[in-house]
Design a protein around this ligand. Structure first.
Ligand SMILES: Nc1nc2c(ncn2[C@@H]2O[C@H](COP(=O)(O)OP(=O)(O)OP(=O)(O)O)[C@@H](O)[C@H]2O)c(=O)[nH]1
Ligand SMILES: Nc1nc2c(ncn2[C@@H]2O[C@H](COP(=O)(O)OP(=O)(O)OP(=O)(O)O)[C@@H](O)[C@H]2O)c(=O)[nH]1
Length: 445
């Protein structure tokens, strides 16, 4: 079970590391040792009142020398980047401000960012060991983050109350766990065999657990148990309804697919083996890729195809060409009618879901990327040169990587593809797009 994650964010020098050390105490020993130590985020385990959680100190995106040289705007920028990373991952955010310094403009900006994240936020007003500062903590109400917690990370005052509040705000299920039940959408042009596939799947699943009313009026999802796994099939009502709208039916099916895909983790794109690939098939595939969802291409009605030993290979090549923009998608040849390889569709969907949940430890990730950069360095021309400082996996489902670089505009698409291929070579990520973001940060030279 994934432990809930608590992130400490705030401007440099507010005392984040001091609080972190106090929270994790002896456990500091298991801190993940990351390259470029001064600016890496540090994770460790903490517990209070029998509840265990992970803490991340997002501090130190800038080194001490960098802070000395940095302008207020640069510091604000770095602090916001930390906050964004924290928001993407954390279950509870501790926003730390300096009680002795009072409210700063930068505090307001970060507060705005955090408030929008709709996560529990605790406002810790640090360095409040003196009585007058505890009183002054009320001025921090203006940040709009609720009651301030005056603390002294250095002396421990108030930290118990803050911990009580952290525990009280930890969710029953963590961000990571909420994503655990895979949802799968079956999509495709009219008449390709979506209902037939759905029925084959429902027929083979051990038991139908429930029908879940969806978000749109006529969308109903069905939860089934498949080989011991809970799986949600998205918009089963939409598939079953014979959607005979003669005019504009193709367009309608793309629209319907798009809506289902948005609510799914993995989409099964059904195409008809007896017909040539159409622009419509490609449009739906494009929408799935655009939505950053996992995808399987299921070539249906395979029972109707006259075949010899070359047929599947030739068909695969043609499909690869037609769907070149989703080269990571597995292609499977099925017959919804006879049930041939229908199981495999489900196995693949679950495997792709698992790939989407994978987290690569930061240290390892940086070693892999550093090695790839060494073997095939990015351009060094003046005005075009690119330096990758470090990379972190900011999210799962879809796997999302943030690269901190000198100049994001200098990341050529071919170099981005090289980095993506490197990630896929090491980690697979079969069937799922990978999101890669490039952010600017100042280097150390
Ligand atoms: N008076 C007082 N000083 C504190 C307290 N907590 C931290 N400090 C001091 O504030 C300074 C900054 O503390 P850090 O914990 O390094 O701050 P930080 O937010 O992690 O800083 P970065 O790593 O640069 O982001 C240090 O000199 C601490 O000793 C406190 O409760 N009271
Ligand atoms: N031979 C064969 N026929 C199939 C197969 N799958 C579906 N069909 C037939 O193809 C036709 C269309 O199948 P449906 O399942 O209704 O297709 P759909 O994609 O749900 O169609 P819409 O509701 O129009 O979107 C039906 O006559 C099915 O019996 C298959 O694997 N083999």
């Amino acid at each position: 079970m994934a432990r809930p994650l608590v992130a400490i964010v705030g401007r440099p020098n507010t005392g984040k590391s001091t609080l972190f050390n106090r929270l994790v105490g002896e456990r500091r020993a298991i801190v993940e040792d990351l390259p470029g130590t001064t600016r890496d985020r540090i994770y460790a385990e903490a517990s209070w009142g029998g509840v265990t959680f992970d803490v991340v100190d997002t501090g130190g995106l800038l080194s001490e020398q960098e802070i000395e040289r940095a302008s207020a705007a640069e510091i604000a920028q770095a602090t916001q980047e930390q906050a964004e990373l924290a928001i993407e991952q954390a279950d509870v955010i501790v926003f730390m401000v300096d009680g002795q310094a009072g409210v700063t403009a930068g505090d307001h900006e970060v507060a705005d960012l955090i408030r929008r994240a709709k996560r529990p936020v605790l406002l810790a007003v640090n360095k409040a060991e003196a009585r007058n500062i505890q009183d002054a903590a009320v001025e921090f109400y203006e940040l709009g983050l609720g009651d301030p917690y005056p603390i002294s990370a250095l002396h421990g005052t108030g930290v118990g109350d803050l911990l009580d509040a952290i525990i009280a705000h930890l969710p029953e299920t963590t961000e990571a766990e909420r994503e655990e039940v895979p949802s799968i959408a079956i999509v495709g042009r009219p008449n390709v065999g979506k209902s037939a596939l759905l029925n084959a799947l429902l027929g083979q699943s051990r038991q139908i657990v429930s029908s879940i009313p969806g978000t749109t009026r006529d969308a109903v999802d069905t939860e089934i148990t498949w080989a011991g796994n809970r799986v949600v099939l998205v918009d089963t009502a939409g598939i079953r309804r014979p959607g005979r709208i003669e005019r504009g039916i193709e367009k309608y099916s793309v629209l319907r697919s798009t809506r289902a895909v948005e609510r799914a983790d993995v989409a099964v794109l059904v195409i008809d083996a007896t017909e040539p690939f159409t622009a419509q098939d490609q449009a739906i595939a494009g929408a799935i890729a655009e939505a950053k969802k996992g995808i399987i291409v299921a070539v249906n009605k395979w029972d109707l195809v006259e075949k010899d030993h070359r047929t599947m290979k030739e068909f695969t090549e043609k499909a690869r060409e037609a769907f070149h923009f989703i080269s990571y998608a597995p292609i499977v040849f099925i017959s919804a009618l006879t049930g041939q390889r229908v199981n495999q569709v489900m196995e693949l969907a679950l495997a792709i879901f698992a790939e989407r949940q994978r987290r690569i430890p930061t240290g390892e990730l940086n070693r892999v990327i550093r090695d790839a950069v060494y073997r095939h360095p990015p351009p060094t021309k003046p005005n075009k040169w690119l330096k990758i400082y470090y990379v972190t996996q900011a999210d799962v489902n879809p796997p999302t990587f943030v690269f901190f670089v000198n100049a994001p505009q200098n990341v050529h698409f071919s170099y981005k593809r090289y980095l993506e291929n490197t990630l896929r070579k090491h980690y697979g990520f079969t069937g799922t797009p990978i999101v890669m973001r490039f952010r600017a940060r100042r280097g150390d030279e």
